[in-house]
Design a protein around this ligand. Structure first.
Ligand SMILES: [Zn+2]
Length: 945
């Protein structure tokens, strides 16, 4: 560790200790005082938190610290999520002696061997990483109120979750029933995003199975997503080299891939009779159950036995893969089914030929398929004559009856409707079935087992499919501020597709379902409204309430205001004053002002957070803002345990010091962007912060009490402007923008100031104090140190946001001087031969204001001499927007005085001595006619060579 990093760490530890001693971050409610309540997703202690967590917690901390400067009570609490399988699974794997996982834990998290041995116990493991992560958060300088810390297996928390679930059940939002869920065959339980490797949510889709039968009555269940194309089937495909089985499925003998039979066995009864290679079925003839036509089974190596049933129907007119594969075999038979604007009778053939696809192995077939499927699904209409294709094998009157149904619901219908109709019709008439599958496979449980889909009969679900619930969730999404704003669409899309979701498990840590023994509320269901729990747990402990006193009446009263305090006190044994104080605390802090999380939690946790808030709380308690930040990469790569490149937060703090790490995580990318953490950049930022330290130290030590010059005023004016911009950026959660403004732009301003003055003035000290407050949210330890050095009162963390008066004239003076420097440099005579520069100043600033409107006549009427008016109006037009704004805002501006103050700066910059004259000074020599030509803001310049 370098000397510099060590200094940053020592400095941070000193201030962290002082904050703790003064209880700076432990707010009490204060009715009438504005408040800001912010939370970030609590971590699972199944490993130490890393810089990805660090980034989310930092953004929340920056907002918390920013709001503290406006006199708001700010609450930023933290808890630990012990619930469910994330912890249990890791403990099991470690207990089983898994070398990979143990290696990862020892190497990435530096867990000593004697500790690893104890981590087979899930509680021990959770406790270990809980403490390690908490220490990392403290060392990182997060302004967390630890008096409200909890774990999700605390008995009080369990009471709270049970209350929540009773509420949901009474509203009819918890249902039990048959439903497909992602399932770990080894653990024998449902799995969601937080139970899988890489937190991948299994995407459950549905195949329609269509029962083709051979002469012996053996069924070949073709799995398809496009059952409406079944009248156009010309053959079936089976992979001759793959393993298949003949099995009894629900009492019927069927042929399907061995893998398909395994997966289907989680959804219905499957009994394998014999195992065979797919080749055995090639060449057999089977009957299309819809048309009655007999077609042949062809061999196809492209059939994946892990997808669907391993039996695929071939529809060459509308499926590019089928068309290309049949063309390779020299077979061309096309049955047109669907009309789509912009395509002819056979869209598949057309697209394959247009793309120049050579064979069934061409990767372009993927794009061809997407194009045809999406065109047909969104704009396609079934042809009228498809009804004539169906039921050719049935005798009258059955044939006419079936055709009549197809004419009504299928022929001439949009593809979407036809698909819905036929898949229902197939199942109802016993000619087909349904099979669920993981569409984004492979998805693995944390234990390494591949996830399948199971149909559960008696599972408990939260019914996110409830239309009224969805409606209320959408209303909240419309109202809430979301950063970045374009994530709103993703929330709305999630609300659309969300359906029933398993909310309880039969194993894992957590809260038992109050009404159904043996079930435990799972981790994405017990983490949706816990922000409310932070507001009350402190007082629950202070009043020494027992878990059994935290009844339904208790929570109804403190969280919903339901019930009379006297009765609730009588029923629960909680003193009325305790009930009132706890209720007040909730009323003060709720609603939540900001919820911060990674963007990966939008489709699950953050959307559930919205759903559960609208279900439980009245509208005035709905959350106000969600901030979803991007990923953190390390040296351009995704962090993963298997690559061993995860950077734990405690290690990162030790490597760079908390403030350089914070500055890097704040400035390397804007909130919603992915951030690439680079070692070199963190080290550069450490140097940069050290330079800020040196700069402020110089001001603190050498400032002299003197009358403010234009230069001093300019510094203050620049700081005032930058603070205004930074404030707006913080308010809009543009953390990178704020950091650039405060840590970089302002640093340059101060550097320039010091280069222009012999000694800084006390005004510069005031400017530096303002600067320190503005940087405090980002680099709080450094800010405290500098604040103390500058003689600030109390902590920088609680100093009010500075109110500096804008000073347009001071800014104007500096811009004017810089403009003059540029003008001099453009004059050909300026060069090594230049000996002296004469400047003639026209002091009639009022003329410039009169010329600002751009109208010559108006300028003359306002007092500009006619001979100068046109030139002046033209000159003013060439000035930039900022300059014009400053001119409009400045009442008075004495050019001569400004130039005299900046004389040393000008001479230093230009390297030539200067003589400055008032153009109205009769005694001054008029060299080269420059005296007469001088305009306000455009002095006459004469160069002596
Ligand atoms: Zn598993």
């Amino acid at each position: 560790m370098s000397e510099l990093m060590r200094l940053f760490i020592e400095l941070a530890e000193r201030w962290q200790r002082r904050w703790r001693e003064a209880r700076v971050f432990e707010p009490e409610p204060s009715p009438g005082t504005p408040k800001f309540f912010i939370t970030a997703a609590y971590p699972y202690p199944n490993g130490a938190i890393h810089i990805g967590h660090g980034r989310t917690y930092l953004i929340a901390d920056v907002l918390a610290r920013f709001h503290r400067h406006f006199g708001r009570r700010v609450l930023y609490p933290m808890g630990f999520h012990y619930t469910g399988t994330p912890i249990l699974t890791i403990a099991e794997v470690i207990a089983a002696g898994d070398k990979t996982v143990i290696g990862e834990y020892m190497e990435i998290y530096d867990v000593p061997e004697e500790e690893i041995k104890k981590m087979g116990d899930p509680l021990y493991l959770a406790r270990y990483f809980h403490l390690k992560s908490k220490k990392a958060m403290e060392a990182f300088g997060l302004s967390i109120d630890w008096t409200r810390e909890f774990t999700t297996i605390d008995p009080e928390y369990q009471r709270f979750i049970q209350w929540q679930f009773e509420k949901l059940r009474k509203k009819g939002l918890v249902v039990r029933g048959r439903h497909p869920v992602g399932w770990c065959p080894r653990h024998q339980m449902p799995v969601g995003a937080h139970d899988t490797k890489d937190d991948k949510e299994p995407d459950i889709g549905q195949w329609t199975l269509i029962y083709f039968a051979d002469g012996e009555g053996l069924i070949y269940p073709a799995a398809t997503l496009r059952p409406e194309t079944v009248p156009g089937v010309t053959n079936l495909w089976i992979n001759p080299e793959a393993d298949y089985v003949v099995a009894e499925v629900d009492g019927r003998r069927m042929v399907l891939s061995r893998d398909g039979a395994y997966r289907l066995s989680f959804q219905t009864s499957v009994k394998v009779i014999r195992e065979v290679k797919g080749g055995e079925f090639v060449g057999r003839r089977v009957q299309n159950p819809v048309t009655g036509e007999w077609v042949e089974i062809y061999a196809a190596r492209f059939v994946d036995p892990k997808v669907g049933t391993g039996v695929v129907m071939s529809v060459p007119a509308h499926a590019p893969y089928d068309y290309a594969a049949l063309r390779d075999l020299g077979v061309e038979r096309l049955i047109p089914l669907i009309r789509v604007e912009g395509y002819g009778e056979y869209p598949a053939k057309e697209v394959v030929e247009r793309m120049g696809i050579k064979s069934q192995d061409d990767p372009a077939l993927e794009d061809a398929t997407k194009e045809v499927y999406s065109a047909e699904y969104s704009r396609g209409v079934m042809r009228e004559d498809v009804a004539d294709l169906v039921a050719r094998h049935l005798p009258e009157p059955a044939r006419s009856m079936v055709r009549a149904v197809f004419k009504m619901y299928f022929a001439g219908r949009p593809v979407k409707e036809a698909r819905e109709f036929i898949s229902k019709w197939l199942v109802e008439s016993g000619l087909g079935g349904v099979m669920y599958d993981v569409m984004n496979k492979p998805v693995y449980c944390r234990c390494g087992t591949e996830i399948v889909v199971k149909v559960l009969e008696d599972q408990w679900f939260l019914n996110y499919g409830d239309p009224k619930w969805k409606e209320a969730a959408r209303r909240l999404i419309e109202e809430i501020n979301i950063v970045p704003s374009d994530a709103k669409a993703q929330f709305l899309a999630t609300v659309d597709w969300l359906d029933k979701r398993a909310c309880a498990r039969t194993r894992g840590l957590g809260t038992p379902l109050p009404w159904s023994p043996g079930w435990v509320v799972e981790s994405l269901s017990d983490s949706t409204i816990y922000m409310a729990y932070y507001t009350v747990i402190k007082k629950i402990r202070q009043f020494g309430l027992k878990p059994e006193q935290l009844t339904e009446e208790f929570w109804d009263f403190v969280l919903l205001g339901v019930g009379a305090v006297g009765e609730v006190a009588k029923k629960t044994g909680v003193p009325p004053e305790a009930l009132k104080a706890i209720r007040e605390e909730f009323e003060y802090w709720y609603p939540l002002d900001s919820r911060n999380s990674g963007k990966d939690l939008i489709p699950n946790h953050l959307t559930f957070f919205i759903f559960n808030h609208v279900a439980i709380f009245p509208r005035d308690k709905w959350p106000r803002q969600i901030v979803a930040n991007g990923w953190v990469l390390r040296e351009g790569e995704k962090m993963s345990k298997s690559k061993r490149n995860v950077l734990p937060l405690d290690k990162a703090v030790a490597m760079y010091g908390p403030d350089p790490l914070r500055a890097t995580l704040a400035v390397a990318a804007e909130v919603e962007q992915d951030l690439d953490f680079r070692d070199a950049e963190a080290r550069r930022n450490a140097q940069h912060l050290a330079a800020i330290y040196g700069l402020v130290q110089k001001i603190a030590q050498s400032a002299e009490d003197r009358a403010a010059t234009w230069v001093d005023r300019w510094l203050l004016a620049e700081v005032a402007n930058a603070l205004e911009r930074a404030k707006e950026a913080y308010e809009k959660v543009r953390v990178r923008q704020a950091a650039v403004e405060v840590l970089f732009n302002l640093k340059s301003v101060f550097d320039q100031y010091l280069s222009m003055v012999d000694k800084p003035s006390t005004l510069a000290k005031e400017a530096a104090k303002a600067w320190v407050v503005a940087m405090e949210p980002l680099v709080p330890h450094l800010a405290e140190e500098l604040w103390a050095m500058l003689g600030g009162n109390g902590f920088a963390a609680t100093a009010p946001w500075p109110t500096l008066k804008p000073d347009p004239a001071a800014l104007l003076a500096k811009r004017y001087v810089d403009m003059l420097i540029e003008d001099v440099k453009k004059i050909p005579a300026f060069g090594p031969a230049a000996k002296k520069i004469l400047i003639y100043v026209n002091r009639n600033f009022a003329w410039v204001k009169a010329a600002l409107g751009g109208d010559v006549r108006a300028a003359v009427q306002a007092g500009v001499p006619p001979q100068a008016a046109k030139r002046l109006v033209d000159m003013v037009k060439t000035l930039g927007d900022e300059m014009r704004t400053l001119i409009a805002a400045a009442d008075k501006f004495d050019e001569l005085e400004a130039l005299n103050t900046y004389k040393t700066y000008l001479e230093k910059t230009l390297g030539v001595p200067l003589e400055i004259y008032d153009a109205d000074d009769k005694a001054a020599p008029d060299l080269g006619g420059k005296k007469r030509a001088a305009l306000p803001l455009k002095p006459g310049i004469y160069i002596h060579t």
